[in-house]
Design a binder for this molecule. Structure first.
Ligand SMILES: O=C(O)CCC(=O)C(=O)O
Ligand SMILES: [Fe+2]
Length: 257
């Protein structure tokens, strides 16, 4: 059993438990497993991560909700080209210590099988590049993450430290069906104009959150106050040997290795 997880509360080796979690994820597009990590593990990860805030990479540019370059053939105010702001910083997998509890959990075969059961996939793999698999995000006062769809089909996150105010995770589930090539331009406009209401997902430090980020548009509102919002993203693929392209690595991490 993984010593960093509250397996009494969350029996990750129990197929029935995974099935119940899956039903919840499918019904709402997001799942919050409260108190998934032990308080000791969270304290250790904060202790190892907080001093690295100064080494975090802050991309200082705007982006569209699809995280792609603009299309010069479309107007600037087209949903494909509308720009949002993301100012949070992050450290990459190669900056996470080798003995971090985050690695013990990320690499745990029971944790991976549990994720497969919850997500309804047959296998799960780490990213093939050296930067993407485990990231720690830093959002000090005023920093935010603009509306976007993820590249990966699902996201697994862990809040380490909540800010005094702001830092709310807002989302609209199943806005599009990316595999069917659906770009959902009208709904993207509606969400960006705040005409379509979004939901707010509440989580506390130690909670594991799963959501289908490729089809659910989502954002994190600006942090307010002196406490930095600290969050871990565990990134996986359902296919082996998938890495981000050099240009994507450059955009997200400011380097390629
Ligand atoms: O910070 C969060 O809660 C979500 C992070 C996220 O959406 C992302 O990294 O793509
Ligand atoms: Fe995201």
């Amino acid at each position: 059993m993984n010593p960093h997880l509250n397996t009494l509360l969350h029996p990750i080796d129990d197929a029935d438990y995974a099935a119940r979690c899956r039903a919840q994820l499918d019904a709402t597009g997001a799942l919050v497993l409260q108190g998934f990590f032990t308080e000791e593990a969270i304290a250790r990860v904060i202790e190892e991560s907080a001093p690295r805030e100064a080494a975090a990479f802050y991309a200082s540019s705007t982006h569209n909700v699809y995280l792609t370059p603009s299309d010069p053939d479309l107007p600037e105010d087209h949903a494909f080209n509308r720009q949002v702001q993301s100012s949070k910083g992050l450290i990459a997998d190669d900056q996470v210590p080798a003995d971090s509890p985050l690695r013990d959990v990320y690499d745990d075969p029971d944790f991976r099988s549990f994720l497969c059961g919850v997500l309804g996939i047959s296998a799960i793999y780490p990213y093939a590049d050296s930067l993407s698999s485990i990231n720690v995000h830093f959002a000090p006062d005023g920093k935010e993450l603009g509306w976007h769809f993820d590249n990966s089909s699902f996201a697994v996150t862990l809040l380490l430290q909540a800010p005094e105010g702001g830092g709310a995770f807002e989302y609209v589930p199943a806005v599009r069906d990316a595999d069917a090539g659906d770009m959902a331009f009208d709904r993207v406009d509606a969400v960006l104009d705040l005409r379509e209401p979004s939901m707010t997902l509440h989580s506390e430090p130690g909670d594991l959150v799963l959501f289908r980020g490729r089809n659910a548009i989502h954002r994190v509102t600006p942090t307010e106050g002196d406490t930095t919002r600290l969050l871990v993203v565990f990134a996986f693929n359902d296919q082996p040997d998938v890495g981000l392209s050099e240009s994507a690595l450059q955009t997200f991490y400011g380097r390629t290795s």
